[in-house]
Design a binder for this molecule. Structure first.
Ligand SMILES: *[C@@H]1O[C@H](CO)[C@@H](O)[C@H](O)[C@H]1NC(C)=O
Ligand SMILES: *[C@@H]1O[C@H](CO)[C@@H](O)[C@H](O)[C@H]1NC(C)=O
Ligand SMILES: *[C@@H]1O[C@H](CO)[C@@H](O)[C@H](O)[C@H]1NC(C)=O
Ligand SMILES: *[C@@H]1O[C@H](CO)[C@@H](O)[C@H](O)[C@H]1NC(C)=O
Length: 483
């Protein structure tokens, strides 16, 4: 009896402890955290009220603004456009490139990206960028980077509290900070969703691709843990997305995946992609005896060059030998390292194995001048990568007036190549045989039909021009600039 009573007493004690703990957590969640948020918000809003209210402040969040890739082109062209349209606004960029001076950055932007930004743009340096590096988080990388970006957002906010905050790198958790605490209007240009439902599906089907560690894919328990983690992260990402006043995406692929998670309207604005010089390349209208099929992509496994050789192999069965003797597949592309060189060697071997060595040319590390010549001489373009997110090389081939056959997936399918009769811009295929039949169709096409497609395709690439990007971005941000 005594034991039972003492047991009950102890249970009661533990229960009481649990209750106290529960109440503590509840207090923190319902009182302390909101109170801190309110205080922080008051602090930053008072700061903002004190600042010159006439001058509209716009800040871009782009920690790696000096990297000069496609993402940076979007950033700097957007800045240039806003500078022209809103000359009195004060535009800043938050960046972690502390080793470069503002004039160095602008100089590189002018010389490498060919974008001339007004030097009155302010560069605001951030020192905690290392928190964004994936390598710092051997496990829970997504979460680590998200928290790192929140810390960085606080560092940024400590230096400048803008009226409009625009994230151009996809660190969407920064929006939360700038919306909730700093009271800014927020916008985001998303190149790629941080997490997609595809990723979650891949984990749940236990393929060891995203799960880079195969032991996770092998253990049902760890897989389940990872799945819960991904689901929770996806929920947090959707939550952060709700603090975005204006969402812009770079492609249909990104739009489709992000819409599932954020569930809000988005503007599809293609990145600026300058192909106007290709549209002007002369194109000999008369059919040439030599038929050149141009392949234009880096020598990398995912580009699937072997498929091009297989297609050529199938084509030989479909057309007369004399005609096939005049067909040349020209593979142009860059090589970055030893692996890529090995890939080229394997391709050469494969072409010999298929007895195609007289019908294939390799142009490794071709110069831009020579590439322009190839684009001019070729009649047909070929692209074989599956699920390419966009495919700039496909746009270049269309612009240069080639009859283009691209893989029926990803960007070429969703964004670039229209194939319905009457508005056809190019062709899509999947299997070697389908590629071969398509090539045969093109070889047999009437001159007028070819010219029709060429004209339409060359006109269509205007969708991806810098001018179009500028117009679209101004239209999208307009509501944010209205006070
Ligand atoms: C959008 O961004 C992703 C990631 O950087 C890139 O792979 C894709 O090519 C981009 N799309 C366009 C239309 O440039
Ligand atoms: C898996 O790991 C390898 C080597 O560590 C890396 O090269 C590859 O990019 C990783 N793949 C993914 C999907 O993260
Ligand atoms: C192949 O090219 C040669 C000239 O290079 C030309 O004389 C011949 O007619 C071409 N053959 C076919 C079938 O087009
Ligand atoms: C191509 O250029 C890369 C670097 O620019 C270099 O490493 C590689 O060796 C070159 N490949 C060939 C085949 O010249």
């Amino acid at each position: 009896m005594k034991e039972i009573i003492s047991f009950m007493f102890e249970t009661f004690l533990t229960l009481k402890m649990l209750l106290v703990l529960f109440l503590c957590i509840l207090t923190i969640l319902t009182i302390v955290v909101p109170a801190m948020l309110v205080l922080l918000r008051l602090k930053y809003c008072i700061y903002k009220a004190k600042a010159n209210p006439k001058k509209l402040k716009v800040a871009f969040f782009h920690p790696y603004c000096n990297a000069l890739g496609g993402g940076e082109k979007v950033l700097w062209v957007a800045i240039q456009t806003l500078q022209k349209r809103y000359p009195t606004a004060e535009i800043s960029v938050f960046t972690g490139d502390v080793e470069a001076t503002p004039s160095e950055i602008l100089q590189r932007v002018a010389s490498n990206l060919n974008v001339k930004v007004d030097p009155k743009v302010k560069i605001v340096y951030l020192h905690k960028r290392s928190g964004l590096e994936a390598a710092r988080y051997p496990i829970l990388t997504l979460l680590g980077q998200a928290l790192g970006s929140i810390c960085l957002a606080f560092e940024a906010l400590g230096q400048l509290n803008p009226d409009i905050f625009i994230d151009t790198t996809g660190f969407s958790f920064t929006l939360l900070v700038f919306k909730v605490i700093a009271g800014c209007k927020t916008a985001s240009y998303v190149h790629y969703p941080t997490i997609t439902t595809d990723m979650i599906e891949k984990v749940s089907s236990r393929r060891s691709m995203y799960n880079n560690r195969s032991y996770i894919a092998k253990s049902p328990f760890l897989t389940y843990g990872k799945l819960v983690y991904y689901r929770m992260f996806a929920a947090a990402y959707s939550f952060a997305g709700q603090f975005c006043d204006l969402t812009m995406v770079n492609s249909t692929f990104t739009m489709e995946h992000l819409t599932v998670l954020w569930n809000k309207p988005m503007h599809l604005i293609y990145p600026p992609c300058d192909v106007s010089h290709l549209v002007k390349l002369p194109k000999d209208e008369a059919k040439k005896a030599n038929i050149r099929i141009l392949s234009l992509s880096q020598f990398r496994p995912e580009k699937d060059h072997p498929l091009q050789l297989q297609a050529l192999y199938e084509l030989r069965e479909l057309i007369p030998d004399q005609l096939f003797a005049n067909v040349t597949l020209v593979m142009c592309g860059g090589c970055r390292n030893e692996d890529d060189k090995k890939l080229v060697k394997d391709l050469v071997d494969l072409s010999k194995h298929l007895s195609l060595e007289n019908n294939v040319e390799f142009k490794v590390n071709i110069s831009y001048q020579d590439l322009l010549k190839e684009l001019e001489y070729a009649q047909i373009g070929i692209h074989t990568m599956i699920d390419e997110h966009f495919g700039i090389s496909v746009v270049e081939q269309l612009a240069a007036g080639l009859m283009t056959v691209a893989h029926r997936s990803g960007g070429p399918l969703l964004d670039i190549i229209e194939t319905s009769e009457g508005s056809r811009l190019g062709f899509l295929a999947v299997t070697p045989l389908e590629y071969a039949h398509t090539l045969k169709t093109i070889l047999e096409m009437e001159e007028v039909a070819i010219m029709g497609i060429r004209e339409r395709a060359r006109a269509s690439v205007d969708r991806f021009s810098t001018k179009k990007f500028e117009a679209e971005i101004l239209r999208a941000v307009e509501p944010l600039f209205q006070y």
